[in-house]
Design a protein around this ligand. Sequence first.
Ligand SMILES: O=C(O)COP(=O)(O)O
Ligand SMILES: [Mg+2]
Length: 227
Amino acid sequence: MRYRAVLFDLDGTLVDSIPDIAQAVNHMLEEMGHPTLSPQKISTFLGKGMDHLIWLALNELTDAPAPAPEDYQKGRELFAKHYDLQLQQPSSTLFDGVKEGLDAFQAAGCQLAIVTNKPIEFVPALIQHVGIDHYFTCLVGGNTCEEKKPHPMPFLYACEKLGVTPAEALVIGDSSNDSIAAREAGIDVLIVPYGYNEGESVQNLDCDGIVSNISEAAQWAAQPKGH
Ligand SMILES: O=C(O)COP(=O)(O)O
Ligand SMILES: [Mg+2]
């Protein structure tokens, strides 16, 4: 294995988290007297953290250039309340190949971390529900560091926590937020094509490869560079 640590994005890479996020967004919208949005539409708002998601969802429903500050604040409180409730009985699921891939990386002696833009308080319940919490020795959320992806800080913070250099780490993600942050941090990056890249194709992202799932990522990482 070419790497000592693997830093995983969460939403859209390990977990199909849209079912619970869409429910929470739509409960928020309903309580604020707005019509609901399709899960497909909501999935295009994901990637830059909870505040951005709420901003885009509220913005979608009005002609105003931005939600009023009090509506935005109310939206943030309601989303957090409903997402927390949702995570008590979640519907989110693991993508195919995740467990096999995590097992392969772990068997090869890699340390595993999650680096997500999701606020850290929601992460433990979600990864416990899908049965992958025991794999990770480091969890970094969107509010753990001063900056979020696409800033490199969260990935560099995870490397420091795990005691590895950026050259010894690999990032696996689903969006430009992951590829840009990884490149800026000097960390190799693989992209999966089944996640949420803010509604855009992943084909043009600056990365070291596009792999069909995490299991294939582990095979890729086991080969010498240049294969
Ligand atoms: O919270 C988001 O917007 C996306 O989370 P992610 O970084 O795990 O994809
Ligand atoms: Mg993601």
